[in-house]
Design a protein around this ligand. Structure first.
Ligand code: PEP
Length: 252
């Protein structure tokens, strides 16, 4: 039985004032969380601020990205896995489609970061997903297989018991267009089946989140699908009530 996992990706949003309000809302509702793992992923500069405000062990901290270099060095502007560890960070989102599209991160670079995160004791949330053009030209599975294969080649399949996969169709991120539960389930099943061909027991354990315009009113139907184990939430994670309603839908 897999425990659902919901993570909030705040992206480059927030201020000290808005985060104070958001954390007050999350703290107030955190004790009601049961049978669901929850994390928030603030911008790196606010990590320590969030840690100071957070007063529940039921919400973990995650980062939105990290450097390929594990510890330190001459890499201006970067944040290492060791630094994230130092601030009590447990998760790190890697390969988000915005990192791939806007910052040119390749499958191989993302795989290298996943490997570093694992070595440093962080749990990577590995994002995979196809663009609208790729979906319409029928290569969704091929694209996702290549994104996964780059990681498998470096870490081996057994490492996926320590990796969270987030299936995020690029066309559904921040657009208000959600994949239908059936569309999402089909890709989640494909991912699990791909891993099962290499190691069935790993495939049964791996957490596969869905991400892409998840809101309180569509979360329950998505999370009811057999291979959807929670969500990676962007916009709705900036509102404490919405985010907590989504976490409750995952735990139901
Ligand atoms: C995301 O950025 O990972 C995401 C899923 O965003 P949204 O929920 O806003 O579509």
């Amino acid at each position: 039985m897999r425990k659902p996992f919901v993570a909030g990706n705040w992206k480059m949003h927030g201020s000290k004032a808005s985060i104070e309000g958001l954390m007050a809302g999350l703290n107030a509702q955190a004790s009601a969380l049961k049978n669901v793992d929850v994390a928030v992923c603030p911008p790196a500069i606010y990590m320590d601020y969030v840690k100071t405000l957070l007063n529940s062990p039921k919400i973990a901290l995650g980062a939105q990205n990290m450097a390929q270099e594990a510890t330190q060095g001459a890499f201006t502007g970067e944040t290492s896995a060791a630094m994230l560890q130092d601030f009590g960070c447990r998760y790190v989102i890697l390969g988000h489609s915005e990192r791939r599209a806007l910052f040119g991160e390749t499958d191989e670079e993302i795989a290298a970061k996943v490997s570093v995160a694992l070595q440093m004791g962080l749990t990577p949330i590995l994002c995979v997903g196809e663009t609208l053009e790729q979906r319409e030209s029928g290569v969704t599975e091929k694209v996702i297989a290549a994104q996964l294969d780059a990681v498998i080649a470096l870490t081996g399949v057994d490492a996926f018991t320590q990796i969270v996969i987030a299936y995020e169709p690029v066309w559904a991120i921040g657009t208000g267009k959600t994949a239908s539960p059936a569309q999402a389930q089909a890709v989640h099943a494909f991912i699990r089946d791909k891993l099962a061909r290499l190691n069935r027991s790993v495939a049964e354990k791996v957490i596969i989140q869905y991400g892409g315009s998840v809101k309180p009113d569509n979360a329950a139907e998505l999370f009811a699908q057999a291979d959807i184990d929670g969500g990676l939430i962007g916009g709705a994670s900036l509102n404490a009530d919405d985010f907590m309603a989504i976490c409750q839908a995952a735990s139901a």
